[in-house]
Write a protein that binds this ligand. Structure first.
Ligand code: FAD
Ligand code: NAD
Length: 478
């Protein structure tokens, strides 16, 4: 039997579920195929993001931050707390409860929008047909008016450190430790390494992060990256750059990691090791040999700027395609694909996709760094302002970091904002909105920001681009 849908989405992560809901809103009949089982063994929507990514990691970042605050940072407020103790299984259970609340919410949204959730595996066949293999192994071919591929990504595996799920884990395993490892090793000082490293450090682990590259977070503005490394190191994260891991083997209950750095070959023993060296697109079992969908040289599905693949009527979005592996990027591409199918002229603005690292303080950026702008031959002016003199940050005893604007000298156009500081992930949206509206830095300078707020740092950073910051002594430019 063949069933027809206007749109079949393969993958129910943030990209896929938003595409499905938007297509349904636009009046199309929609099915979304998702094969994932949640931690409880039941079928689950929400993809990496809700199940083993953004949400569980943020739940643990929040819990561990509260623990560290209560333990170490309340005395300064005149609050003495004794007998603080940690119940890791309860913390993990709360995280699991948040996950199931949200994944269940997507199932409800599907019901409410009339999206059919087909549990199991999807495979694109030639001629815009999709083979659905249900969780109990039944096969059915679907006729799809249009197909959206949204199968996401999975952790990169490296032969020198093979994940065993107990001592050597990937990010998913690192969200489920039932006790705090005394010594935790992490391969990769990327976003996952820093976020999960922060979680377990705050809970008491001694954390060593081995990073192969010489530069720390190369996508960040250099000045912000340098300050971030300084702060995280001060917190106790031991980040070792230019450290190339050559092996990891189990010795009793210890993971012995060998690596090479500028001084030569070294070894370190850890109770647990997290491998966090990047993610790769999931294409295995997705495309029939004659599907016609082309991959690029890095095995991402090749798409144009509106996520069309090489096959007419087949779109691909999210982590499966080029660009940053971020949930909000996947979501916007999902919405765009559905709208393009409906005949709208929607376009994602890839120049204003925000990046956030949810350490404390947070690191967030939009647009170019000073180095990227200069490398493009642009004449830039920059302005920065520190949280250390912001009234609200000081009142909250949370006054570390800075905000830095990168501005085009000739047009006054905002090219980027990079922030290290409290609530940086929220603050940076101000520059994203300004950039979307084509604002000049003067536009921001002329606006009134509420006092006392952290946002005043953004205002002062904007003023400082022209030497006009009020709460700093600067050389006047304008
Ligand atoms: P996914 O979320 O990976 O979803 C794809 C789904 O497709 C999966 O559920 C998979 O089971 C399913 N699937 C695959 N193949 C098939 C098939 N053949 N048939 C049926 N189903 C299939 N991003 C952020 O923006 N902010 C964060 O704070 C953040 N934190 C993260 C923390 C961690 C630890 C990790 C690992 C990632 C994090 N990310 C974060 C990245 C984010 O999770 C991804 O960018 C996002 O989930 C990508 O969405 P997607 O829809 O493209 O794919
Ligand atoms: P990443 O690309 O951010 O970092 C991986 C790091 O591992 C890099 O610095 C790389 O140089 C290093 N590395 C690679 N091979 C190595 C080796 N053999 N030895 C030592 N170091 C090595 O990848 P990730 O941290 O695994 O995260 C994967 C994706 O998930 C990212 O693209 C990120 O966008 C997404 N994510 C986003 C968030 C967020 O938005 N807050 C949080 C977590 C994950």
């Amino acid at each position: 039997m063949t069933t027809s849908y206007d749109v079949v989405v393969i993958g129910g992560g943030p990209g896929g579920y938003e595409a499905a809901i938007r297509a349904a809103q636009l009046g199309m009949s929609v099915a979304c195929i998702e094969r994932r089982l949640g931690k409880d063994g039941k079928p689950a929507l929400g993809g990496t993001c809700l199940n083993v990514g953004c949400i569980p990691s943020k739940a643990l970042l929040d819990s561990s931050h509260r623990y560290e605050e209560t333990q170490k940072h309340l005395a300064v407020h005149g609050i003495d707390v004794q007998g603080v103790s940690l119940d890791v299984p309860r913390m993990i259970a709360r995280k699991d409860q948040v996950v199931s609340q949200l994944t269940g919410g997507i199932a409800q949204l599907f019901k409410g929008h009339g999206v059919t959730w087909l549990q199991g595996q999807g495979k694109l066949l030639a001629g815009r047909r999709v083979l659905w293999t249900s969780l109990d192994g039944q096969e059915q071919t679907l006729d799809a008016g249009q197909v959206i591929l949204a199968t996401g990504s999975e952790p990169v595996r490296i032969p020198v450190a093979q994940v065993d799920g107990q001592y050597i884990v990937d990010s998913t395993g690192a969200l489920d430790f039932q006790e705090v490892p005394a010594r935790l090793g992490i391969i990769g000082a990327g976003v996952i390494g820093l976020e999960l490293g922060s979680v377990w450090r705050r809970l008491g682990a001694q954390v060593v992060i081995l990073e192969a590259q010489p530069e720390f977070l190369p996508m960040l503005d250099k000045q912000i990256g340098k300050e971030t490394l300084k702060l995280l190191t001060k917190q106790g994260l031991d980040v070792r750059l230019k450290a190339r891991v050559t092996g990891a083997k189990l010795d009793g209950q210890q993971v012995v990691v060998s690596y090479e750095d500028a001084e030569g070959a070294k070894t370190e023993s850890f109770d647990r090791l997290i491998v966090a060296v990047g993610r790769r697109p999931v294409t295995e079992g997705l495309l029939a040999a004659d599907s016609g969908v082309e991959l690029d040289e890095r095995r991402f599905v090749h798409v144009d700027s509106q996520c069309r693949t090489s096959v007419p009527g087949v779109f691909a979005i999210g982590d499966l395609v080029r660009g940053p592996m971020l949930a909000h990027k996947a979501m916007e591409e999902g919405v765009m694909a559905a709208e393009v199918i409906a005949g709208h002229a929607t376009q994602v603005n890839y120049d204003t996709i925000i990046g956030v690292i949810y350490t404390h303080p947070e690191v967030a950026w939009v647009g170019m760094s000073e180095e990227q702008a200069r490398a493009q031959g642009l004449q830039v002016k920059v302005g920065s302002f520190s949280f250390a003199v912001n009234g609200r940050a000081l009142a909250s005893h949370d006054a570390q970091g800075l905000a830095k604007f990168i501005v085009d000298e000739s047009s006054d156009r905002i090219l980027g904002l990079h922030v290290l500081g409290p609530q940086a992930g929220d603050l940076v949206h101000q520059a994203m909105i300004a950039m979307e509206f084509g604002a000049s830095i003067e536009d921001l300078q002329l606006m009134t920001f509420a006092h006392p707020t952290l946002s005043e740092v953004i205002h002062e950073a904007a003023l400082s681009v022209d030497g006009r910051a009020i709460h700093a002594v600067q050389k006047r430019r304008k």
